[in-house]
Design a binder for this molecule. Structure first.
Ligand SMILES: Cc1cc2nc3c(=O)[nH]c(=O)nc-3n(C[C@H](O)[C@H](O)[C@H](O)COP(=O)(O)OP(=O)(O)OC[C@H]3O[C@@H](n4cnc5c(N)ncnc54)[C@H](O)[C@@H]3O)c2cc1C
Ligand code: SF4
Length: 488
């Protein structure tokens, strides 16, 4: 067979078709179409099949990218899917929402050589979407059932990846979540235009079918203490994410119509899911007809500005204290937001929110970027006398998230945390200061990415398996091991 890869010299980079900005502004549907089979094969065939694939090195789950690209180029999609799903529980989700420009695609050798990266994320989504259509995606069915039980707190990507891996090994898995739906920020934080909800809901059903037990509307700290879960299960995984919104300390921050980003996004996502959402219906958290100012420059800020555009805001401005090159959000998302009509006000820091009862304007100051700090980023310095005002009758604060105080919430002072408030764990074993209690995802590493949460969940599942097995062996002769085989 003629070689199907190494085509990057003659074949240019093509992304799947993107809907026009005008169309995108009118709905919350995803903005990229899917590759058709020929395009997927052609684009996968651009891979140079490097001996040391830097894309794989920089992918947090170390996906075997060159192999599934080669198989896609050759039209061997079922095999491509098998390879792809072997390292990633939710490849079609990562293909859609990973910041590929910072991970796999940003390190693609042909990108570095100036040919334009292989469109790895789009091919990854294509493979798994095809697998869903063809019925190749199957619930995890263990070869044998074990009696040992694992309790997982949090049904976000970290908790769900761990649940699937543990179920594959035969454990009885119980997932507790304070929300009424499965998915964590994938369902209530990330908007539809990046990740449509059916993609997450389909995964949730698969986990139910695999026999994972979900306990929704169950808040650990309110409905049970951590200690009670420890008594009930052989091991517990904390995967609760980070939800304490950082605030901006300026006069007027308490005015009406100044909101934390997640309140705004959760409301919009619930509305899209068909829930009854009074704070949206009465206009409080609806940007329609308003001048909206979003403070921040990360992915959450990008999601807020683009949601406001779709809700019919009169104008949407994003104020960020650094410049475009120094912003944490994905450059691809900034470009999408600009196309959709968002105005970026770089090098601007809010000094006050103005208004009587409700906010009517933001007073901002110009910023000069000074010498780099310890992290290498230039420090923002306010330019004296540079204040100016921006009209705004809705302000959204998107300044990032910190961990909640879990030892207090869980009524468990023995659970140690780091100075950043994340749960402290041994990086080799992923075990916290409490025997048999593990941690994964944002609550362990700080606000991060879905793909890192998946990686953590998978690693934690391995560690929990090792812990339960070791404990069972330690139970000694004569005693029934904790994970005695219940069924073959
Ligand atoms: C607006 C927004 C946009 C983002 N966009 C992207 C993106 O484009 N790409 C990307 O890779 N990442 C993105 N992220 C980051 C990504 O969503 C997170 O890194 C990821 O979801 C973390 O996974 P997790 O499982 O650790 O936590 P979460 O997804 O936060 O899930 C934690 C779960 O724990 C539950 N929980 C919390 N406390 C309790 C309790 N006491 N009892 C029971 N349950 C509890 C919560 O209800 C939640 O369901 C975004 C984040 C936000 C906020
Ligand atoms: S999981 Fe993310 S980083 Fe890894 S190959 Fe897929 S898109 Fe790239």
């Amino acid at each position: 067979m003629a070689r199907k890869t190494l085509k990057f010299v003659n074949v240019g980079k093509r992304m799947p078709e993107k809907r026009s900005a005008e169309m995108r502004r009118r709905d919350f549907d995803e903005i990229y179409a899917r590759f058709d089979p020929d395009k997927a094969s052609e684009q996968a065939g651009r891979c140079s099949q490097c001996g040391v694939p830097f894309c794989q090195v920089h992918c947090p789950v170390h996906n075997n990218i060159p192999d599934w690209l080669m198989l896609t180029a050759e039209g061997r999609l079922e095999e491509a899917y098998e390879v792809s799903q072997a390292t990633n529980n939710f490849p079609e989700i990562c293909g859609r929402i990973c910041p590929q420009d910072r991970l796999c695609e940003g390190n693609c050798v042909i990108e570095q050589a100036g040919h334009g990266t292989v469109t790895i994320g789009a091919v990854e989504s294509y493979i798994t979407e095809t697998a869903w259509e063809q019925g190749w995606v199957k619930p995890a069915k263990p070869r044998r059932e074990l009696e040992a039980e694992v309790g997982i707190i949090g049904a976000g990507p970290a908790g769900l990846a761990a649940a699937e891996q543990l179920r594959r090994k035969g454990y009885q898995v119980h997932v507790y979540d304070r929300y009424d739906r499965i998915g964590g920020l994938m369902i209530y934080g990330i908007p539809n235009f990046k990740l449509e909800k059916y993609v997450v809901e389909r995964r949730a059903r698969l986990l139910y079918d695999a026999g994972v037990h979900f306990h929704l509307n169950f808040e650990v700290g309110r409905d049970a203490t951590l200690e009670e879960l420890r008594e009930k299960h052989d091991a517990v995984l904390i995967a609760t994410g980070v939800y304490k919104a950082r605030d901006v300390k300026v006069p007027g921050v308490g005015l009406r119509n100044v909101f934390p980003a997640l309140d705004y996004l959760v409301t919009s996502n619930r509305k899209g899911l068909g829930d009854d959402v009074p704070r949206f219906e009465d206009g409080t958290l609806n940007a329609e007809g308003k001048h909206v100012a979003v403070i921040g420059g990360g992915d959450t800020a990008m999601d807020c500005v683009r949601t406001a555009v779709r809700q019919g805001a009169k104008s949407v401005k994003c104020l960020y204290r650094r410049n475009r090159q120094n912003m944490p959000g994905s450059q691809r998302e900034v470009a999408n937001a600009e196309e959709e009509g968002v105005e970026f006000v770089w090098l601007s820091a809010p000094q006050a929110f103005l208004g009587d009862e409700a906010v009517s304007a933001v007073r901002a100051a110009r910023v000069h970027l000074g010498v780099p700090d310890a992290t290498g980023r230039q420090t923002p310095q306010i330019v004296k006398g540079s204040d100016y005002e921006i009209e705004a009758d809705m302000v959204i604060k998107a300044l990032g998230f910190d961990p909640e105080d879990l030892p207090t919430l869980f009524d468990c002072p023995a659970l140690e945390t780091t100075r950043w408030g994340t749960v402290k764990m041994d990086f080799r074993t992923m075990m916290t200061s409490l025997d048999g209690v593990f941690a994964a995802g944002d609550i362990a590493r700080g606000a991060s990415l879905v793909v890192w949460a998946i990686r953590d969940g998978r690693d934690a599942a391995e560690q929990i398996d090792g812990y339960i097995k070791a404990k069972a062996q330690g139970a000694g002769a004569g005693e029934a091991p904790a994970h005695a085989v219940a069924a073959e």
